[in-house]
Design a protein around this ligand. Structure first.
Ligand code: GDP
Length: 471
């Protein structure tokens, strides 16, 4: 009625029950300074793939096979916490990588190469299966072989099983390194038995096809044999890539470097990356200004399986994404432009989905309200938490748990919080990398706790803060 009246006063006639078109709806929103978005029904578009041409090229080359050549294996070290992954990677790096060049940059580039019997192996320097799986989620598989580290004094543990499952689901061959054999309580036979019982991995010496190497990462014992086994498996796998032509590379990590600006540490899968090339990764483009290898030396070009720091991106690309080279600046602009546009659309679409819920909450906005998104490790914790939080409700303040769930805090939680002005509380769970980045960009608060009373105490303080008269 109010709208009809106000419009009438302006000399425009609206009828009750009239359908609003977008133009009119916008006008109304503007008149009342309303912060409302409109979800105009969009026809399901046939989504264009900006990378289609590039992807088709690689598909074709790989199916033809004639230009493929062998490349060094890329290895990820996985396993349960404290079983010695870092120690192993450190030992190999220290003993095998030549001294850094004078004046070289003494920073890790996320991966390094070692030489054994005249052959090269590339190791990803961050142990664990998380990066590995995130890369896969983004359509890139950097790892050719997984080394599963199992401590001989501890045996197969939950993260051993998890890592094994990740590698297996990616079809990556697994070599088991039974570590810490120098310890008095090491039990190699028992550990092997657990490999059989818990993972169904039968060691070669027991008639199976799993290569198992007992090592001491700390003392360096048998690490040579492990490297030889990696090369052996690599040979059987026929690990190949395209030596020339356009580049496809996988990002291991990205960072804002003080001197270099946005850099991406990548491992090349195909082609030869050169200084001066135009690169794209998602919606970010750049021109390669410098390439730095794992010894801190500046190099002119990098081929398959080589880890290299790429300097020259205009912004930070997504970590774990894929980098491609394109022929020209125009092409780079065109493709990244399209990707940016699509991402924007996707974001809007997601926001709109949540809008109904927000509008519903606004109806009761007379009361002061604290909106929460709760994530916990188990259903049991969640029930306990909700019970404790409900006791904090008062006449003046309403606590509205707009979303709760079991599992890590994800970007979709952050999206919801952004759209509804909520804070996110995690109980014995953490936010994943993507969620953290998004939260930072959107100014969303994420707090994580491992003790219930700490969470409740903080919440109480926040509520008291809300009750305090504003100055
Ligand atoms: P990660 O969590 O798997 O990366 O494990 P770390 O490499 O950090 O190792 C955990 C602990 O085990 C450290 O204190 C290491 O010094 C120790 N450790 C690792 N490898 C060995 C080994 O071969 N022998 C012994 N005795 N200790 C080891």
């Amino acid at each position: 009625n109010r709208i009809i009246q106000d419009f009438f006063m302006k000399g425009e006639v609206l009828k009750p029950g009239q359908t609003l078109n977008l133009q009119l709806a916008k006008k109304i929103a503007k008149m009342y300074d309303a912060k409302i978005s409109f979800d105009v029904e969009e026809k399901e578009e046939v989504r264009e793939n900006p990378l289609e041409e590039i992807e088709r090229y690689f598909e074709q080359k790989y199916s033809e096979g004639k230009d493929l050549v062998e490349r060094p294996p890329i290895v990820t070290v996985m396993g349960h916490v404290d079983h010695g992954k870092t120690t192993l990677l450190d030992f190999i790096r220290k003993t095998r990588v030549a001294e850094r060049e004078e004046g070289g940059i003494t920073q890790s580039i996320g991966a390094y190469q070692v030489e054994t019997n005249g052959k090269i192996i590339t190791f990803i320097d961050t142990p664990g299966h998380e990066i590995f799986t995130e890369m896969r989620a983004r359509g890139a598989q950097a790892t050719d072989i997984a080394v599963l580290v199992v401590a001989a004094d501890d045996g197969v543990m939950p993260q051993t099983v998890e890592a094994y499952n990740h590698a297996k689901s990616a079809n990556v061959p697994i070599i088991v390194a039974i570590n810490k054999i120098d310890k008095p309580n090491a039990n190699v036979e028992k550990t092997k038995q657990e490999l059989v019982n818990k993972l169904n991995l039968i060691p070669e010496e027991w008639g199976g096809d799993t290569i198992v190497v007992p090592i001491s990462a700390k003392k360096g014992q048998n690490v040579d044999t492990l490297l030889e086994m990696i090369l052996l498996v690599a040979e059987m796998q026929e690990i190949k890539g395209l030596p020339n032509g356009p580049v496809r590379a996988v990002i291991i990590e990205t960072k804002l470097d003080r001197g270099f600006g946005p850099v991406a540490n990548v491992i090349i899968k195909d082609g030869k990356l050169k200084v001066g090339d135009y690169v794209i990764s998602g919606k970010v483009m750049g021109k390669v200004k410098a390439l730095v290898n794992d010894k801190g030396q500046r190099i002119k070009e990098a081929g398959p399986s080589t880890p290299v720091m790429v300097v020259g991106f205009e912004e930070l690309p997504n970590s774990h994404g894929v980098v491609y080279t394109v022929k020209s600046l125009e092409k780079a602009r065109e493709i990244t432009g399209k990707i940016a546009e699509q991402e924007q659309k996707e974001l809007k679409r997601k926001r709109h989905m949540k809008l109904e819920e927000i509008l519903k909450m606004m109806e009761e906005s007379e009361k002061k309200e604290l909106k929460l998104i709760l994530k916990a490790d188990t259903q049991g914790s969640m029930i306990a938490l909700k019970g404790a939080i409900n006791k904090l409700q008062s006449e003046e303040i309403k606590i509205n748990i707009i979303h709760s769930g079991v599992g890590a805090i994800t970007s979709s939680d952050v999206m919801l919080a952004t759209a509804s002005d909520a804070i996110i509380l995690g109980f014995r769970v953490k936010a994943d990398g993507k969620a953290r980045k998004m939260a930072e960009a959107e100014g969303i608060q994420i707090k994580t706790y491992s003790i219930v009373y700490k969470l409740i105490e903080d919440l109480k303080a926040a509520l008291e803060g809300m009750l305090e008269p504003e100055e």
